[in-house]
Design a protein around this ligand. Structure first.
Ligand code: UFG
Length: 327
């Protein structure tokens, strides 16, 4: 099966590309390299292009005889989305619509979409099931939900078989710790704590210690990047016979910020300064997944359910690439 991986040079996309290839699929990376890393996809076929480029997409889908599309080319920063909502709508919604139109034009029906726990906003009940209320509280989450709605109606019209995969906190490094997380600027907790352990930052700041959680800090559900990717493969296979699949992807287990910091200290053997600061706007206290639907329907099994293992892979990658990927 030939799979176009949009955003295939990014953190999740590059891990997905490597896994597709290792499992006998034929991936073609499609990336405009505004965030992606050439070094992460140097062994694979790459088309440089933008998901807003309808003509190019039609050409690639036809010429390369693409069977399915996986879409990771979204902007992912909640804070940035609040500051630049239109950019998020343009890239995450308008460009995805262009991509879906190109698929419709060329008759490519299978679509795996990278959605987010952000569609749930501030959940009233955790762990979160897929039928929990969808009430995004920022433009980022809203763009993901808007695309899900587009996909729903396209599938109703018989034009699309899609899987919307709602990620919790993707973490760790895949493919023997060779493909890791390198966002510029970095805003995610685990890479930032690791940077503190490596002496690249003066400290790690905890954003809020007065949450209604056991230790007062926010609780998240960290899921290893390879486990995340393996669910995509299972979903892709299932699209053969299903037109709409929606799954939460997480371990179902929460870890507080303090627990993440302690785990990094343990794995790295380093001590570093921890500074307690004010809350970051828009952070729900607890986000944990009820992923039993994916486990049951996809037969999904995670290989790295333990935070310590996840952090170990991230630690190894950051030590291999202390300055991130070469640009
Ligand atoms: N945090 C800190 N200090 C830091 C960085 C983060 O205390 O320096 C805290 C955050 O406030 C949050 C937790 O660590 O409570 C996790 O933060 P991340 O930024 O790593 O992850 P988020 O849970 O905010 O975001 C993740 C994805 C987003 C997605 C969101 C869905 O990275 O892309 O889940 O809710 F939108």
């Amino acid at each position: 099966m030939k799979v176009l991986v949009c955003g295939g040079a990014g953190y999740i996309g590059s891990n997905m590309t490597a896994m597709l290839a290792s499992q006998g699929y034929n991936p073609v990376v499609f990336d405009n390299f505004c965030k992606g890393h050439r070094q992460a996809v140097k062994e694979f076929e790459v088309v440089e292009g933008d998901t807003g480029d309808f003509d190019l997409l039609v050409k690639v889908l036809k010429k390369k005889k693409i069977d399915a599309v996986m879409h990771f080319a979204g902007f992912i920063e909640v804070k940035e989305s609040v500051e630049k909502p239109l950019e998020y709508y343009r890239n995450n919604v308008c460009n995805t619509q262009v991509l879906l139109s190109a698929m419709e034009k060329t008759g490519v029906k299978k679509f795996v979409f990278s959605s987010s726990a952000a569609v749930y906003g501030m959940p009233e009940v955790v762990p979160i099931t897929e039928d929990s209320p969808k009430k995004p509280i920022n433009p980022y989450g809203q763009t993901k939900l808007t695309v899900e709605d587009r996909c729903h109606f396209l599938s109703e019209a018989g034009k699309l078989n899609y899987a919307a995969l709602r990620y919790f906190n993707a973490a760790g490094a895949g493919t023997n710790c060779t493909l890791g997380e390198d966002h510029k600027p970095e805003s995610h907790l685990i890479p930032l704590v690791i940077a503190a352990a490596m002496g690249k930052r003066e400290d790690i700041k905890i954003f809020g210690t007065d949450y209604p959680t056991p230790d007062g800090t926010c609780v998240r559900d960290y899921i290893h990047i390879e486990d995340l990717c393996s669910a995509h493969l299972l979903a892709l296979e299932k699209l053969e016979k299903h037109s709409e699949l929606i799954y939460n992807l997480g371990n179902g287990k929460g870890h507080s910020i303090r627990q993440v910091i302690e785990t990094v200290k343990k794995v790295s053997g380093k001590n570093f300064k921890v500074t307690e600061t004010a809350r970051r706007e828009g952070d729900p206290p607890v986000l944990t997944a009820d992923a039993s639907k994916a486990i049951k329907e996809l037969g999904w099994k995670t290989k790295y359910p333990e935070l310590e293992k996840i952090v170990e892979t991230a630690w190894k990658w950051h030590n291999k690439y202390p300055n991130g990927y070469a640009e």
